[in-house]
Design a protein around this ligand. Structure first.
Ligand SMILES: NC(=O)C1=CN([C@@H]2O[C@H](COP(=O)(O)OP(=O)(O)OC[C@H]3O[C@@H](n4cnc5c(N)ncnc54)[C@H](O)[C@@H]3O)[C@@H](O)[C@H]2O)C=CC1
Ligand SMILES: O=C(O)[C@H]1O[C@H](OP(=O)(O)OP(=O)(O)OC[C@H]2O[C@@H](n3ccc(=O)[nH]c3=O)[C@H](O)[C@@H]2O)[C@H](O)[C@@H](O)[C@@H]1O
Length: 442
């Protein structure tokens, strides 16, 4: 089956490469010619483990193609996936311009039956909006179906998530289109992936409910961590113990500087926004967002407190810039806000990230980028662990201590054990770890 994927970002490129691996004939389109020229040569615009191999294979075997010629790609395909960005607009409303543009393009170039599947995360009602736009621009009336097929992959684990998803959600009103969509995912039936087949509106709703629930879990544990900091309890034990209750589950209970990335922050706000437009006030979504925003400020306070309440004139080494490990994505990365605030307060920042430095250079000013973790420590008055890349989990702590001006570490991802750090002579603090251990900082 020929499919066309509109947008070659994290979702479009991963979906295209994985569908090619499923045996489909895939054409990925983008409006950025340079991106497409690079992709034709196998040069990826993003860092995503395992993606290079899949793209190389797809190109080599001729099942994966890249083009800016949207007319031709649309013409050839039976199914067209929309995987363009849906960034937050004003007041948390979703900026629909890219989805609208794609819908208009599809409408213009559609000459026979197509299934149009939305993979982008879009507000409830978008399937109807896409249908209306296509109908408005079609040169001749051609039958088509719009289905909602939200994507649940995580950056950094995207291939595994696509190939072995917890579930596939397909929303549609037309049985023929649903049958085509099921056929596309037929390799997943072999591994007994659960399928949720529903209507478009419900499928659109599911994606926001899933992301908002996960975001709420993170904000919840961050609030618990903040309380643990004050009442002398250990959030790791709290998270483990509550997570062992299978009704709660252990995942997504890691406290830290708050969630970042291109999805949770915008999706939580978008849900609250379109709910409000529908006359429904979603208090939990709003609270999850507010807690998340405040968490970054709390992290700055933690850092400042470890430097005697004043960071002006101090040098702070920051490990990790991306919003999570295994990606070069810095969209809404907590590290960036924290760095900007520390700079505002007069600190000099040294920073290292295994892959995200080029992206960070586009947005951060006056940061001294380092070639590795140890050069980041060298001459710094404190070390902040902002993103838990594996290589930061196994630092030579004696070397770190020797390189720092003073042995101060603020571990925003709770990677290290307070007891160990105390034994090594560090002044160490983390997020919600027990005060007996935090006392080591004093
Ligand atoms: N990044 C992620 O992990 C996930 C993202 N999503 C959702 O998927 C959607 C896409 O997200 P990302 O891949 O992160 O976006 P992205 O920003 O990385 O990529 C979007 C791509 O679409 C291209 N584009 C824009 N207008 C176009 C047009 N008219 N025709 C063809 N291409 C066009 C852009 O040039 C860009 O390359 C969003 O709605 C997001 O919420 C869903 C699940 C996971
Ligand atoms: O809609 C999306 O785009 C995607 O959003 C998230 O995926 P992603 O943002 O790539 O990464 P996550 O692993 O979910 O992490 C998001 C943020 O939450 C933070 N986080 C995560 C888990 C946790 O316990 N604590 C915590 O602070 C991470 O550090 C990161 O900043 C969801 O996990 C995906 O299912 C979804 O498809």
């Amino acid at each position: 089956m020929h499919i066309c994927v509109m947008g070659t970002g994290y979702v479009g490129l991963v979906s295209g490469a994985c569908f090619a691996e499923f045996g489909m004939q895939v054409t990925c389109c983008d409006i950025i010619p340079e991106k497409i020229e690079n992709l034709k040569e196998g040069i990826l615009p993003i860092h995503e483990p395992g993606l290079q191999e899949l793209v190389d294979k797809g190109l080599r075997e001729g099942r994966l193609n890249f083009t800016t010629d949207q007319a031709k790609a649309i013409e050839q395909a039976l199914t067209i996936f929309i995987a363009v960005g849906t960034p937050a607009g004003e007041d948390g409303a979703t900026d629909m311009r890219y989805v609208d543009d794609v819908a208009d393009t599809i409408g213009q170039y559609m000459h026979d039956y197509k299934v149009i599947a939305t993979k982008s995360t879009v507000p409830v009602g978008t399937a109807k909006r896409i249908r209306a736009r296509i109908e408005a621009v079609q040169p001749e009336p051609v039958e088509f179906s719009v289905v909602s097929n939200p994507e649940f992959l995580r950056e950094g684990a995207a291939i595994e998530d696509f190939m072995r998803p917890n579930r596939v959600v397909i929303g549609g009103e037309d049985q023929h289109a649903l049958a085509i969509m099921k056929e596309l995912y037929s390799p997943l039936y072999l591994i007994e992936t659960p399928f949720v087949i529903t209507d478009t509106t419900t499928a659109e709703m599911i994606k926001y409910a899933a992301n908002t629930f996960l975001a709420m879990k993170i904000s919840f544990i961050n609030e618990m961590a903040n309380l643990c900091d004050v009442v002398d309890a250990d959030v790791h034990d709290v998270a483990r113990a509550i997570g062992l209750d299978q009704r709660i589950g252990r995942k997504f209970l890691h406290p830290g500087p708050g969630y970042g990335g291109s999805c949770f922050p915008k999706d939580v706000q978008s849900l609250a926004h379109f709910a409000q437009e529908a006359g429904v006030k979603l208090q939990l979504a709003t609270a999850a967002h507010e807690v998340n925003q405040q968490q970054r400020g709390r992290m700055v306070e933690k850092i400042t407190a470890m430097l005697d309440g004043n960071v002006a004139g101090k040098t702070i080494g920051v490990l990790g810039l991306s919003f999570k490990p295994n990606t070069d994505d810095i969209r809404e990365a907590p590290a960036l806000d924290i760095i900007a605030e520390l700079q505002q307060q007069g600190a000099h920042i040294k920073a290292y990230d295994p892959v995200a430095i080029p992206a960070a250079q586009q947005v951060l000013r006056d940061v001294e980028y380092c070639k590795d973790s140890y050069s980041t420590c060298s001459g710094s008055d404190a070390l902040v662990l902002a993103t838990e890349w594996n290589q930061f989990r196994a630092l030579d702590l004696k070397r770190v201590q020797a390189l720092l001006n003073q042995p101060v570490m603020i571990d925003l991802r709770n990677v290290y054990e307070p007891e160990t750090m105390k034994r090594l002579g560090f002044r160490y603090t983390a997020v919600g770890r027990r005060s007996r251990q935090r006392d080591s900082a004093n």
